[in-house]
Write a protein that binds this ligand. Structure first.
Ligand SMILES: Nc1ncnc2c1ncn2[C@@H]1O[C@H](COP(=O)(O)OP(=O)(O)O)[C@@H](O)[C@H]1O
Ligand SMILES: [Mg+2]
Length: 250
């Protein structure tokens, strides 16, 4: 069974960083191969994984809708096109959704794309989805279960309000979520004055402000290569993964 983890939060709160740190933690726990899904139209997860910028697959909705005929059935064409657009790494492959949301809902092709992604995901031990704040991508998925929805928030009253709004959105969208977690993060190093307990969401981890993260990013090094003991935030995510997200067999 593929373990599915989705990361969401408002812009700049550390979603992409936390997605990369979760992937690193999975690799370190021996969970591989892994698929990273960049579902933010502002694609940048590839930078933290030192992978080439993948071509987004979202545009297939529009491109394939307008193609009729051809010997290869549309489903197969979409699957092979998604494969072609993967950025492949040693242990982590990356697929990006990109832009490409047409003005209407081309439901038929959209369903095929969803099916193609589901099938491809099935070949990996775990999938980590770095979402945009609206969680559009998650709402477009088929009934596939999200084992863990990780809501990243900074520990200010406003940051926690944003997390509460996201949890409401997840309920409205009827996302099939196994467990929802709060991941407190301090990208700006501001002291937290919010009361996260009031949210009633179990705390996955509280990451410290960690200047090692932006500097590692600026050096262009893969977060997968961050050694233990280098970054308190990375180590906290690894501990949280083992303690809360991996099953007893993980
Ligand atoms: N705990 C932290 N300590 C220091 N800087 C952080 C921390 N978390 C994230 N950052 C930095 O904050 C910036 C935004 O993070 P990012 O993961 O891109 O946010 P998002 O994906 O939510 O927009 C990046 O430069 C990142 O290095
Ligand atoms: Mg991001």
């Amino acid at each position: 069974m593929t373990l599915r983890i989705a990361v969401a939060g408002k812009g700049g709160v550390g979603k992409t960083t936390c997605s990369a740190l979760l992937l690193r933690a999975l690799v370190r726990s021996g969970v591989r191969p892994l698929l990273a899904v960049d579902a933010d139209p502002n694609m940048n997860l590839h930078l933290l994984l030192s992978l080439p910028l993948p071509r987004g697959v979202g545009s297939l909705r529009e491109e394939q809708r307008t193609r009729v005929g051809g010997a290869v059935p549309l489903t197969d064409r979409i699957i092979s096109e998604v494969h072609r657009r993967l950025s492949e790494g040693d242990v982590v492959d990356l697929v990006a959704m990109g832009r490409g949301e047409g003005p209407g809902c081309y439901c038929y092709v959209n369903n095929l794309l969803r099916e193609a992604l589901d099938r491809i995901e099935g070949g990996y031990r775990a999938v980590v989805v770095d979402n945009e704040a609206g969680m559009e991508h998650l709402s477009r998925r088929s009934g596939r279960r999200i084992d863990h929805l990780v809501l990243v928030g900074d520990p200010s009253p406003r940051g926690l309000e944003a997390v509460a709004a996201l949890r409401e959105l997840a309920t409205e969208l009827a996302l099939p979520v196994g467990k929802t977690w709060l991941l407190l993060n301090r990208p700006y190093g501001a002291p937290g004055r919010g009361t996260p307990d009031a949210l009633g969401i179990p705390l996955l981890a509280a990451l410290p402000h960690d200047p090692r993260l932006p500097s590692w990013e600026n050096e262009g090094r893969s977060f997968l290569d961050l050694p233990p003991g280098e970054s308190p935030a990375a180590d906290a995510v690894a501990d949280a993964l083992r303690a809360s997200l991996l099953g007893p067999e993980g």
